[in-house]
Ligand binder design. Structure first.
Ligand code: FAD
Length: 656
């Protein structure tokens, strides 16, 4: 068997590597040729060929390598030697889907480079563990630049940094949005009828299949929340008294999205069912999949062919800037698949010479493809808090009370209930009940209410979660209460962006979150209306025995002007970044990828993650990202999907 220096030794490939704890076959680690290859670049390919050492046990075993050897030299060895049919940049939500699908038939060699850690932390599995993941070592700790329209605040934007990406740090809510959301994209083959079938195919719904709505046997596990708090019933009753109808299934496109109810979750028997666990883990034993963690991609290697930039591979580095850069190389005709998420994908492409020409030139970067829309059109769901404390006689019933004692010790009951039955307060991310409402004249709901049976210590919902995660260390007391997180679920602001701050790939990009930049002020109006509606709900008879005081914004905040000031000072992320490499056909209108997710003007390069979604759906964005990745995998593999036997149910068109 012959192989070039970098094409390496396919049968000796280590299945899953943490680049700092690489399990390397002795034959590779010891080989001076391999050490040499680590220091050579893509340009060195073809410099020579070498024979796989006959003594390498993996070569005889035909794949699996179980030996381990840790030496300092490992850092200098290229953990991704060889050539790959597909290099997946980012082992997050979309990256995990692709890793599974593209290796399934065994014909393609796939490399995944993930900047974060492997997915081994127990806290990730426990839904309530989300509170410990914010601002942690499993998070990118991104902040926007100063937002003038938000009192010059820098808004925190959590993003998962581990295998599974943000699906491993998210709130697990399973929402697709509505049929109208996808028809509004206006992109051929991505309308509601095209995507619904994929949502259903991906799904393994605990409640069973429902024709045209839910599927079973797919990879993505969906179930109803398993934790019940009496405050959920109180909220439902208050919503009813307010005039809302019960919505038994927010993902049923045959009915309207309005109403109150339970939000389904991507969990499996009370454990987080992230995309690592569901898609990548089952594929880890495949000999044609190599996964390297703590491997940060620095740049896509492009070369000109017939006047067109063509992806050849990527440069990546392990753990920190002091470590040497390695290269991973594509086989002829192979593709680089960008799955680094809505912030890092546009940053990396800009560093690689693909982006707005003026912007790139400012940084002295050669322009390979002038795409003015790169990094633009970033959208997110802005959120606000309306929170209340509880009357003394009802104290102790919030989810926070169910998890912690007053002393700050975690309750044994919560632990055993979770350990033995996967039930109780540790199975919830505390926002899995709520409502959708239309508060203005839009054709679709503009407001999502996420009801939390817990009070908020600060008016920033994300920060309040993070504080709860640090409760033990900080010794804070958490008052009983309940909160409404108001989310502008179909925001109109489009001024968010991701641009370069420096040319150093280790630096965070210049991120502008762009909340409240829509000209008509609809987004802030949605949140203002949301606070007013939540206040009214809290005053409904249902809450009479529970409500004590309003904490946020506080009863002194009453006029529209006062409410707007509160919102500008506290609006935070509901964590749905999309749009920064938007799909579309017209580059002059900001399109970055075509409807096959190929980067305009480039070859062998696609973007497959949340950044291609052109308009934010009225839903949390994890399900849509999985749907995009599943469809992309089928496109890449040239598969077609038969149409469903029975027609999907769609709502009557709503007059705009
Ligand atoms: P990600 O899943 O973020 O994956 C990107 C991956 O790329 C990460 O693993 C990252 O470490 C890696 N990466 C980045 N840069 C590099 C680099 N240079 N080199 C190598 N690797 C790199 N959605 C829902 O549906 N329901 C929810 O309840 C929900 N709640 C959320 C709560 C939070 C706190 C967050 C952060 C998100 C939430 N979302 C939710 C949104 C949803 O999780 C995301 O839309 C989805 O995960 C995005 O998938 P992605 O593949 O685009 O990016």
């Amino acid at each position: 068997m012959q192989s070039s220096i970098l094409s390496g030794v396919p049968s000796c490939t280590v299945r899953k590597l943490d680049s700092q704890q690489q399990l390397r076959p002795a034959c590779l680690t010891a080989s001076p040729l391999n050490r040499h290859s680590a220091q050579s670049g893509l340009s060195s390919v073809g410099r020579g060929h070498t024979q796989l050492p006959a003594a390498c046990p993996a070569s005889r075993a035909g794949g699996r390598v179980r030996q381990s050897l840790r030496t300092r030299a490992q850092v200098f060895d290229n953990p991704a030697p060889g050539q790959y049919d597909y290099i997946i940049v980012g082992g997050g939500t979309a990256g995990c889907v692709l890793a599974n699908r593209l290796t399934a038939d065994g014909t393609k060699n796939v490399l995944v480079l993930e900047a974060g850690l492997p997915n081994g932390d127990k806290i990730v599995k426990i839904p309530a563990g989300i509170t410990r993941l914010f601002q942690s070592h499993l998070d990118w700790n991104l902040y926007s630049n100063k937002q003038d329209q938000l009192h010059a605040r820098q808004v925190y934007s959590p993003r998962g940094k581990l295998l599974g990406g943000s699906s491993s740090t998210n709130a697990t809510l399973y929402h697709r949005g509505t049929a109208q959301d996808y028809d509004n994209w206006g992109i051929e083959n991505w309308g509601a009828r095209d995507v619904l079938d994929w949502f259903i195919r991906c799904e393994n719904n605990d409640n069973g299949a429902v024709t045209g709505i839910h599927g079973i046997g797919g990879t993505m596990h969906v179930e109803n929340p398993r934790y019940h708090n009496e405050l959920h019933d109180v909220f439902f009753e208050a919503a009813k008294q307010y005039g809302l109808k019960h919505n038994p299934d927010f993902n049923d496109w045959g009915t309207q999205q309005e109403g109150y109810g339970e939000f389904q979750v991507t969990q499996e028997k009370g454990e987080r069912a992230d995309m690592y666990r569901q898609y990548m883990k089952p594929a880890e034993g495949r000999s044609n999949l190599t996964v390297v963690t703590q491997a940060k991609t620095l740049k896509v290697e492009m070369e000109h062919q017939g006047g067109r930039p063509v992806a050849r591979g990527v440069h990546f580095s392990t753990r920190n800037p002091a470590n040497p850069a390695h290269q991973a190389e594509l086989k002829p005709g192979g593709e680089v698949l960008m799955c680094a998420g809505a912030v890092h994908t546009p940053q990396l492409l800009q560093l690689s010479g693909i982006g707005g020409a003026d912007h790139l030139r400012k940084f002295g970067i050669d322009v390979l493809s002038d795409l003015p829309g790169m990094g633009r059109n970033l959208q997110d769901h802005p959120a606000a808090i309306n929170s209340f404390t509880m009357r003394e006689e009802k104290e102790g019933i919030s989810v926070t009370d169910h998890i912690y004692r007053k002393s700050g010790q975690i309750r044994v009951r919560a632990l055993t209930n979770y350990a033995l039955r996967r039930r109780g307060p540790l199975t919830t991310t505390a926002c899995d009940h709520g409502a959708f409402m239309t508060t203005q004249s839009q054709a679709q709901p503009d407001l999502q209410i996420r009801f939390a049976p817990a009070s908020a210590l600060v008016p920033d919902g994300v920060e309040t979660y993070a504080m709860f995660g640090r409760l033990k260390e900080e010794g804070k007391k958490w008052p009983s209460g309940f909160s409404f997180q108001l989310v502008a679920i179909r925001p109109q602001s489009r001024d968010g962006y991701v641009q370069l701050r420096t040319t150093d790939p280790w630096d965070a990009p210049d991120l502008s979150i762009g909340y409240f930049t829509d000209k008509r002020g609809e987004d802030i109006a949605t949140l203002r209306n949301g606070v007013q509606i939540a206040r009214k709900m809290a005053k409904m008879d249902a809450f009479r025995d529970y409500l004590k005081d309003e904490v946020w914004p506080g009863s002194h905040v009453q006029t529209d002007g006062e409410l707007d000031e509160y919102l500008k000072g506290s609006v935070h992320s509901a964590n749905a970044l999309i749009g920064s490499c938007q799909m579309g056909s017209d580059v002059s209108k900001g399109a970055v990828v075509d409807s096959q997710l190929r980067v305009h003007g480039a070859k062998n390069l696609r973007v497959i993650d949340a950044s291609v979604i052109p308009i934010i759906p009225g839903a949390q964005t994890g399900a849509a990202t999985v749907m995009v990745a599943e469809r992309a995998a089928a496109m890449i593999m040239g598969q077609t999907v038969p149409k469903p036997n029975e027609p999907a149910r769609f709502p009557e068109p709503v007059a705009a």
